[in-house]
Design a protein around this ligand. Sequence first.
Ligand SMILES: *[C@@H]1O[C@H](CO)[C@@H](O)[C@H](O)[C@H]1NC(C)=O
Ligand SMILES: *[C@@H]1O[C@H](CO)[C@@H](O)[C@H](O)[C@H]1NC(C)=O
Length: 288
Amino acid sequence: MLSIVIVGFLIGACTANFEKLLPDASICGYQNINELKQNYVSLYEFPWMVHVKLTYLDLEYEFAERCSGVLISERYVLTNAYCGSDAVKVILGEYQTNESRTCHGSICTEPKKEIKIEEFIRDGKRENGPYDFGLLRLQEKVTFSDFIKPICLNFNEKKLSKELIVSGWGASNSHGVVKKRMEYKVIPDEICYQEEQFLKNNVELANVSFICSISKNTNKESACGGDHGGPFMYKSDSNQWFAEGVIIEVMYDEDDTNHFNTCSKERPINGIRITDNVIEWILSSIRS
Ligand SMILES: *[C@@H]1O[C@H](CO)[C@@H](O)[C@H](O)[C@H]1NC(C)=O
Ligand SMILES: *[C@@H]1O[C@H](CO)[C@@H](O)[C@H](O)[C@H]1NC(C)=O
């Protein structure tokens, strides 16, 4: 009897904790679909996408070290540890990299918002591997709007999604980039392992749930190096979006010598999955 009371209390305390710090399920993952477009991303699409900047300056070549992440609460952005460890600020509500706000006819985004990073938190358990998550605590809380909203994390038993959507502002040059929408299909891990020496070893060292995926994208967009840290996401039957994982690596053609930040639609991209123990780490790391 006592143990039932204690277990009940613990579950209650846990739920109360994340409900206080993460958005509740009636807010996260919903986007305004008034202007949903087939061929390009609408102004309202993926309002949880965050451009993670590794420098304070708006440098011409910044595209080469661009990173992405997702807003998961009023105060925290989830990305990968590589992007997070060098991040200095984030841009929220961004649609196109070279414009402060964008209009389509009479609909305009709000001006994008820059916030400095107060703290970088890394999942300590994976300190020795390149395959690791990072959390960014923002210097101030953000106010949610049609253009800035959190994505959901899945607290329940997951069935792994075979088809995932990827977004970001990755590019191979410094021209303005519109937020991208790309469809990927999960393929066996071995296909990624064959592409790169040491990859399997790195994944095993990091003890993570690996995502290997290939484009099944029908629009012109390609994944590029600058999409690192962004989400693998899916939409639930109730039109609510969830983050399934984080992009770690965009593989590109070896013979493409134009620039190190090349893009490819033909080669896999890979990442790490947000498993229950990753969610536990997030819940134990965030504070109000
Ligand atoms: C932003 O970049 C795009 C693509 O390079 C270009 O067409 C557009 O005119 C640019 N906008 C501004 C405000 O410079
Ligand atoms: C790997 O991670 C799982 C949880 O996902 C954990 O149970 C296990 O102990 C970890 N193994 C090592 C060697 O750290």
